[in-house]
Design a protein around this ligand. Structure first.
Ligand code: USQ
Length: 257
């Protein structure tokens, strides 16, 4: 089937796109390459050598399957997004196209506004376009466990909704598990889920919103097929996840106190 992967040049998007193509799907990666630009802004590139996007795609077509690339900013260009969905007619879109570093989102005013504007508008633009174009397009989105914070007061996190009883009315209700985000980035994922809930309630959009634990690792069966397919590996203090930083420190014989 035809699958559009927004943010398909990123750490999760690239191996996901390759895996989907290896399984025989027709994949269109849509990315504004903002992550590569942030590498330059922070002078903190990937530890692995990641090939320029054109080279990546050529190599993916040669070794893996049907993958194309489209440069598009889904936040700033909703008309372009609409044209893309009309033209490609995807069965499913996978949405990774967000600023995803909690530390980056907390640097200062500019980074806070960029993270909120970019993440919430991008998510909303996708939903709004799908309402107009084809409500059968499935949306799959990756969030983060970080929206929930670390409080144990509300018990374990259920799949789907939390069933509660309202004290004043004694009536039962299904609500989203209570959010307690610890950063601006995590807050945007909470806002995303409200957008999704609304679009599902109002227009019946089919949305799978995953709040998973941190994804880590270096290779998949597809990224190791050729050097140009190598995935990024962030190990800096802003984009490097804790696990990646520990792996890098251990590999360098550094002791953590
Ligand atoms: O408006 C935007 C913002 C970003 N991007 C692109 O989206 C990709 C994001 O990739 P990344 O490497 O910065 O992020 P990644 O680690 O893949 O994060 C993804 O996977 C995370 C799961 S986890 O790793 O945190 O568990 C989710 O939470 C994030 O929201 C989701 O973007 C990049 O290519 C970037 O250029 C766009 O195309 N448009």
């Amino acid at each position: 089937m035809k699958i559009v992967v927004f943010g398909g040049d990123g750490f999760c998007g690239w191996p996901t796109s390759l895996k989907l193509a290896a399984e025989g799907h027709s994949v269109v990666i849509v990315d504004n390459l903002s992550r590569r630009a942030i590498d330059e802004q922070l002078s903190s590139g990937s530890l692995t050598n990641i090939a320029p996007i054109k080279q990546r795609i050529l190599s993916a077509q040669k070794f893996v399957g049907d993958i194309r690339f489209e440069f598009l900013d889904i936040c700033k260009d909703p008309a372009g997004l609409g044209n893309l969905l009309r033209r490609e007619k995807p069965h499913t879109v996978v949405h990774f196209a967000e600023q995803r570093a909690a530390p980056y989102s907390m640097i200062g005013d500019g980074e806070r506004r960029y993270t909120v504007d970019n993440n919430v508008t991008s998510t909303h633009n996708i939903c709004s376009a799908i309402v107009e174009i084809d409500r059968n397009i499935n949306i799959v989105h990756l969030g983060t466990m970080g929206v929930y914070g670390y409080s144990k007061v509300f018990g374990s996190i259920p799949e789907g909704y939390l069933n509660i009883q309202i004290k004043s009315t004694k009536k039962d209700a299904d609500v989203l598990y209570l959010a307690n985000p610890g950063s601006i980035y995590h807050m945007t994922k909470y806002l995303d889920q409200l957008v999704f809930q609304f679009y599902n309630k109002n227009w019946g959009l089919k949305i799978t919103d995953l709040h998973q634990g941190i994804v880590w690792g270096t290779e998949t069966a597809q990224t190791s097929l050729a050097p140009d397919l190598t995935n990024r590996f962030d190990y800096d203090g802003i984009y490097g996840t804790v696990m990646n930083r520990f792996i890098s420190q251990a590999a360098n014989g550094m002791v953590c106190h």
